[in-house]
Design a protein around this ligand. Structure first.
Ligand SMILES: Cc1cc2nc3c(=O)[nH]c(=O)nc-3n(C[C@H](O)[C@H](O)[C@H](O)COP(=O)(O)OP(=O)(O)OC[C@H]3O[C@@H](n4cnc5c(N)ncnc54)[C@H](O)[C@@H]3O)c2cc1C
Ligand SMILES: Cc1cc2nc3c(=O)[nH]c(=O)nc-3n(C[C@H](O)[C@H](O)[C@H](O)COP(=O)(O)O)c2cc1C
Ligand code: SF4
Length: 643
């Protein structure tokens, strides 16, 4: 799409704001605020970086509206008291100073407030039905309490207005209190706030009316909801569309923001790598078909290409790009400058952002270690320019070369093979690994910019180091596939299978139920119609994998009819299958091909051969016994910041 005119970059009127483009940074909890819910310098720096990156509008994260039960998590940002206004003002002014619209999301946790994070909190809801994820039976709200919460939203909106925000967004998505009232699964009240669809809408409609009355016309009010809860008995897409229409028909709202899911259907809320990009486009499309008077925002694993297609198809008027802008805050500016390929892609692994929030740690990012360190990890020039040699052109080595060059060092990257990318090359082969393929392409592009030298087909050896005499050596030589221990025939290496270098039969046995084994089995089943069996010696597969991606990968394995055999240790590889053992004895599994995916091991031999020669030496990525994209990036940055 280079050279094209992007609809994403067209201005649009939303409420009181004339936005410079249609790219929205949606509300994203980050835990950078102070523990009392006030704004911190880290929070301002985080949003400043994203506003500077050219986004049209920023909706600041979910903020609690009262000092009672609305606070859904410890350390949540607050619009619950006038004490917060001064800090919020600094934040709003910072965002607006870069020409971005500044909004803040207002929410109430209801039954999803976790007792782990808020001990002693009065867990309230429309009805005493627990969310599966939280497991606490909430107390049913009385009508006077409901009215008090409605008023609290209006008071919070006034505080946001006083703080200088352009607007506020009412949070009726993701299983929080407003979502609980509209959902037939969580609202079984028999009074005017429950039962019929009209009654279930009442809480939201009252909040909308009260907020608008409180802030007047000169303030943008948005409404976010889950267009499908993806839970049994919950709000369906059809009823969600009716809900959106009822809210829009009040003419008191300036936009509708269509998200999805609750805590009980997380993979849809933070769409994972194994779903297609634009995961919720059909939901905003449905809302567009019934809401004609105000703009509709779509969200869900969009990159700029899929976002543009959604706008062109008329399925939305604006697109929220959340994790994409965590991964690359300069996404909008790069798009405007025609540098689309240079946008660092989010890989949808969830391992740096939401997973850390689940452990009450501020967000990071698998591919962007500067997240949260905006104030002190800017790539400032190094005090002393050094000659840096980097051994290994995988993701870790390339990232180290990129940032070392940015800091002004004289850098050469050496790759012993004829191809850059290391394990990302085979990792990105299956169609379902599109985001990793995007990352591979981004990495390779970084090597073509001329900011550092690249020597292909050159192995870094002791002799080369003694000849070149670098001041700094970064060892990023990666890892090798393990060979399963067994008698009999040799098995095929998983890497060769993914790279299409091995001749495969129809009935395949994959040894190893980790990510690589399960993905290889899925790839063979989905793309070649193979009848695949995964054999794992532990009692479960995918142990330690990020939970949401794991759930969806297992669903896909089931759909592709991949057979999973756990608790079986490989003993022998035969011409026609394998022999395994468990407590009950030997088990034979028949198959035409046997593939080994029992993990990787760091290339310790090479690492050791290169150590002790250069005064300043760092070992990073898989070579340092770290086996994730996340570690490759963090190790690279940490090494370079110390140079
Ligand atoms: C199939 C598969 C799927 C995966 N999926 C994911 C995923 O979804 N998410 C995730 O986080 N991680 C995933 N991983 C893991 C991830 O790909 C790796 O952790 C990461 O790519 C390691 O990068 P690296 O640069 O440290 O090492 P490598 O990728 O191993 O790169 C090392 C490079 O160094 C070169 N080299 C070796 N010795 C020398 C030398 N002496 N001189 C010069 N060059 C040398 C090698 O040729 C290679 O190109 C996956 C891995 C596999 C195999
Ligand atoms: C770390 C994290 C925190 C989030 N916090 C919020 C929040 O405070 N309010 C909200 O409505 N959505 C929240 N979301 C959901 C995002 O707004 C967005 O809908 C989701 O990330 C999918 O969009 P994306 O694929 O573009 O990231 C959060 C998402 C992430 C990853
Ligand atoms: S941590 Fe992973 S999923 Fe989250 S923004 Fe970064 S790349 Fe995307």
């Amino acid at each position: 799409m280079s050279g094209k005119k992007w609809k994403l970059l067209e201005p649009i009127q939303v409420g009181t704001m004339k936005l410079k483009n249609r790219i929205v940074y949606p509300p994203i909890e980050n835990l950078f605020n102070n523990a009392d819910g006030s704004v911190s310098d880290d929070l301002i720096a985080y949003y400043e970086k994203r506003a500077r990156g050219g986004v049209g509008m920023i909706i600041v994260q979910n903020s609690h509206v009262d000092l009672k039960a609305s606070r859904s998590a410890i350390c949540q940002l607050s619009v619950a008291s006038h004490h917060m206004i001064a800090g919020l003002n600094k934040l709003a002014e910072t965002i607006k100073s870069y020409g971005a619209g500044a909004l803040i999301q207002m929410g109430h946790g209801g039954r999803q407030t976790s007792p782990d994070s808020m001990p002693g909190i009065d867990n309230v809801a429309p009805s005493p039905i627990p969310s599966k994820a939280v497991g606490v039976i909430p107390r049913e709200l009385t009508v006077p309490e409901i009215v008090e919460i409605e008023d609290a939203f209006a008071e919070a909106a006034v505080r946001a207005q006083m703080a200088g925000f352009d607007g506020a967004e009412i949070h009726s998505a993701h299983g929080y209190l407003l979502c609980q009232f509209i959902s037939p699964e969580s609202n079984v009240r028999t009074d005017e706030y429950g039962g019929t669809f009209e009654n279930r809408c009442r809480f939201a409609l009252n909040i909308v009316r009260k907020v608008r009355e409180a802030v007047g016309e000169n303030f943008t009010v948005g409404f976010r909801f889950s267009g499908d809860e993806y839970i049994e008995g919950g709000l369906s897409q059809e009823e969600g569309m009716q809900y959106a229409k009822v809210i829009a028909d009040t003419n008191k709202i300036d936009y509708i923001h269509v998200s999805a899911a609750t805590y009980d259907s997380f993979p849809h809320l933070f769409p994972v790598m194994y779903y297609d990009r634009g995961h919720m486009q059909h939901l905003s499309s449905g809302v567009k078909s019934v809401v004609k008077n105000i703009p509709v925002i779509s969200v869900g694993s969009y990159n700029v290409q899929v976002a543009e297609q959604a706008l062109q198809a008329g399925d939305a008027d604006l697109i929220s790009i959340g994790r994409g802008i965590i991964a690359d805050p300069d996404l909008p500016n790069k798009l405007a400058a025609g540098e689309v390929e240079d946008i660092r892609p989010c890989v949808l692994g969830n391992e740096g952002c939401i997973t850390r929030i689940f452990s009450w740690i501020p967000i990071g990012c698998e591919v962007n270690p500067e997240v949260g360190k905006e104030r002190f990890w800017e790539k400032t020039p190094a005090p002393i320019k050094k000659k840096v040699m980097i051994a290994g052109g995988g993701v870790a080595g390339i990232e180290a070369a990129r940032v070392a060059a940015l800091r002004g060092h004289d850098v050469t990257l050496y790759e012993k093979s004829g191809e850059l990318g290391g394990h990302l090359i085979e990792a990105s082969v299956p169609k379902f690994k599109g985001p990793v393929k995007d990352l591979l392409e981004w990495c390779v592009l970084q090597t073509k910019k001329g900011t550092f030298k690249v020597q292909m087909k050159t192995e870094v050896t002791k002799r080369l180091l003694e000849k070149e005499k670098p001041e700094v050596l970064v060892i990023a030589v990666g890892s090798q596939f393990c060979v399963p221990e067994a008698d009999g025939c040799e098995c095929i290496n998983g890497r060769d299978v993914l790279l299409g270098k091995a001749k495969m039969g129809k009935k395949v046995i994959v040894i190893g139920g980790g990510i690589v084994g399960c993905e290889t089995a899925l790839y063979l089943a989905e793309e070649f119609g193979a009848q695949a069996t995964v054999v794992e010696q532990l009692d479960d597969i995918l142990i330690g994998m990020e939970g949401m991606n794991r759930t969806v990968l297992i669903e896909r394995l089931e759909a592709a009819k991949v057979e999973i055999r756990t608790g079986l240790k490989l003993v022998e590889i035969k011409e026609d299958g394998v022999v395994c053992t468990n407590d009950s004895g030997n088990v034979e599994i028949k198959g035409d091909s046997v593939v080994g995916c029992t993990g990787v091991y760091p290339d310790t031999k090479t690492v050791e051969s290169l150590q002790g020669i250069v005064p300043e030496t760092y070992v990073i990525g898989d070579a340092a016994d770290h086996y994730k994209i996340y570690h490759a990036f963090y190790d690279a940055h940490e090494a370079v910041m110390r140079m």
